[in-house]
Design a binder for this molecule. Sequence first.
Ligand SMILES: *Cc1c(COP(=O)(O)O)cnc(C)c1O
Length: 376
Amino acid sequence: MNQNTNHQDRVFNFSAGPSVLPVSVLEQVSREMLCLPGAGVSILELGHRTPPFKKILSDTVSRLRAILNVPAEYDIFFVQGGGRLIFSVMPMNFCLPGTVGEYLVTGSWGDCAYQEALRSGQGRLVWSGQESGYSTVPSRDQWTSGRDAAYLHCTSNETIEGVQFPTDVDSLLENAPPLVCDMSSDFLSRPVDVSRYAMIYACIQKNLGPAGATVVIAKREFLERASEKVPGYCRLLNHAEGDLMYNTPPTFCIYVANLVLRWLEETFGDLATIEQFNELKSGLVYEALLRRPELFRLHAHEVCRSKMNVTFRLPTPELEKRFLQESEANGLAFLAGHRSVGGMRASLYNAMPIAGAEALAKFITKWVASPLAAGG
Ligand SMILES: *Cc1c(COP(=O)(O)O)cnc(C)c1O
């Protein structure tokens, strides 16, 4: 029946985002594209206040609440504008006069968030890994917080550098101000104790769906701190209130996220099981790289090597170029590092199958560099 889909043309997609989605989800999207069951029209044509869409939205929120064990006093909602919108609105919402937002910067995305707070003079850097080229994360005794901190912002997984807090970050952040975490690139990849955060957010194009939506999970009492003067769309509380439809929500994104959540539950059951699966995949790739230290250099320190984005380099730019060309020719696509840092990056999100990690590990093991590099 799927005469129009070309599975045989699909490559292993190591893109950092937008990124790989489960094939079964893509198949269902394509089956339902002309007519969403029970709606009589396509999801692309369906009004957001119709019963079928309201059901999709509330079901998506319930599934997130269940799989992450989100306490009742937290709201869950979707906004547009990506991770970047949240960077911009954090100070507006939460830095009341005389307070600042504190930033623990372990990579490029955390720095972007910090720069946004600096625009209004309301950002304070409490720790930065910049000097080490963002290859490490701090321990709790390496930074201190001020009494005037409205929140402490951190990034659980730095997508560009491949640096991840080894466990749910909260264990490192005791006695901290209200904790706000950008979990864009490791959302739903491992268990998280939501109750220890004031707010978690994630743009969904890394691990949950297509580009166009950001999920926010925040304590109601925290959201209520924003004054009425904050411009409407930017005031996060507005999105959390009522039927979660301050404006037209990104309907297609939410529909796909719903299917991804169902796939996650059916395939893995819970986040501890997904975490094992992700450890297995990243383990295969790291082991292959570590077996050839003369050729491959890992970017992140051992304790904080990301299980989502494996970052590594070769001795010369020429070799890196060849590696990228040859891996691509072998069906291993989008392994180039972020344009700001170069090198290689293998993103291994939830939907990357084991076969993809195995194929990459095998390629790394067998890859023959130029005679020069092999000899020297
Ligand atoms: C991708 C990413 C972002 C940026 O998201 P946009 O949707 O492009 O604004 C922010 N933070 C992290 C950790 C990311 O991986």
